[in-house]
Design a protein around this ligand. Sequence first.
Ligand SMILES: Nc1ncnc2c1ncn2[C@@H]1O[C@H](COP(=O)(O)OP(=O)(O)OP(=O)(O)O)[C@@H](O)[C@H]1O
Ligand SMILES: [Mg+2]
Length: 224
Amino acid sequence: MSPLLTLHHLRKSFGERQLFDIDLLNIAAGTAYVLTGLNGAGKSTLLRVLGGLESAEAEAAAFAGEAVRFSPYPQAMRESVIYVHQHPVMFSTSVAANIAYGLVARGVPRQRIDALVDDAMAWAGVAHLRDSRTQTLSGGEKQRIALARAKVLQPRLLLLDEPTSNLDGAAREQVLALIPSLTASGASVIMACHDRDLIALRGVHRLKLSGGRIQVRAQRSRVA
Ligand SMILES: Nc1ncnc2c1ncn2[C@@H]1O[C@H](COP(=O)(O)OP(=O)(O)OP(=O)(O)O)[C@@H](O)[C@H]1O
Ligand SMILES: [Mg+2]
């Protein structure tokens, strides 16, 4: 698989405290990763750094085959990397308007937006919620809508912060079932989660953040 993102010597500190110092982070195209680690290990911060929401230093970086300067965060990544918050924030309009939001901001023509939003809602299994207000949605519905809102922008890298941590049973399975189709369409996915919630999807690679370093773990082969 070709590399999508390579970062050498990625360092993040808050004041005097160094949170991580990662020798090498290699993310392949069209590949899913789970990022585990204890509470406070820095999983969310690392995802926010990769998504350009938090600054960090890297010695060398390459994205989609081009060498880039990582700081300030490169424009090429801003257009193609999306961070999905653990508790997605929704505007208090309809579900469809929430999913359309990023496309409207990009100036995509209205007719094209409608078609893309319809496709994304069908993909996430939320077409029946099209005109619902977002205040009444369940946690699982919100997560799937947040994934649809991200997917519609055709990212090359999706950063999901504990997408299933507040879900159980069918809601959790519905969210997890969307991941393989993201990687099949060429996107890479990094999901933060806890060891106890470890997602056992086929072919998902494991990264563990511990003591400010990344350990690459063996792949899981079991299907969820
Ligand atoms: N803006 C900030 N300023 C100072 N310290 C911060 C800031 N953001 C995070 N931290 C600290 O960095 C550490 C890592 O936090 P982070 O949220 O990345 O951990 P996490 O691995 O996602 O934890 P959890 O499993 O609880 O979600 C924590 O000790 C946190 O207090
Ligand atoms: Mg976190």
